[in-house]
Design a protein around this ligand. Structure first.
Ligand code: NI
Length: 169
């Protein structure tokens, strides 16, 4: 049975760690992906990066379907921004920054490569929300957060609110 993991909340410094590449495609990786999916579903999220559960591996889970029955797993995901892209604005949320949404502009055309749980190479030129979501999740693997796109003032306000709510300072 998959277990629910603890999600790190901003400004936890562990969210700033850079995840390392997955090189072992074993049962442990499969279990971690299953646990992350359970954690994501229970938190009502659409995406979760391993960094957010304090596992510093390049692994992302996602489910963008309406019925929450199309889990997707991306191992070692990377993207390249394609020529002719535009900046697309979307209101994003993050399980590590609960209660806050930010409108962030990201390139709308990317080429995405990743591996599946067996280590096989996959490739896609996604459209719509997947484009935004995977960029958000890859940011997590690089220690980058949604709040890095907003002003320092706003970031401090979010930080203080979350410290108060989650650490009882
Ligand atoms: Ni996030």
């Amino acid at each position: 049975m998959a277990k629910k993991l603890n999600i790190l909340i901003f400004p936890d410094p562990r969210l700033r760690k850079i995840a390392r590449k997955v090189t072992k495609f074993d049962k442990c990786l499969e279990i971690l992906a299953e646990d992350m999916l359970k954690t994501m579903y229970e938190a009502n999220g659409i995406g979760l990066a391993a960094t957010q559960v304090d596992k510093h591996l390049r692994l992302v889970v996602m489910d963008l379907s309406e019925n929450r029955d199309e889990p997707r797993i991306f191992v070692n995901p990377e993207y390249e921004v394609l020529d002719g892209h535009k900046m697309f604005e979307f209101e994003e949320g993050c399980l590590s920054i609960p209660g806050f949404n930010e409108t962030i502009a990201r390139p709308d055309k990317i080429k995405l490569i990743w591996q599946n749980l067996k280590g096989e190479m996959m490739e896609d030129t996604p459209e719509g929300i997947l484009t935004v979501c995977i960029q958000h999740e890859i940011d997590h693997l690089n220690g980058k957060l949604m709040v890095d796109y907003v002003s320092i003032l706003k970031r401090d306000r979010i930080k203080n609110k979350l410290l108060k709510d989650f650490n009882r300072i």
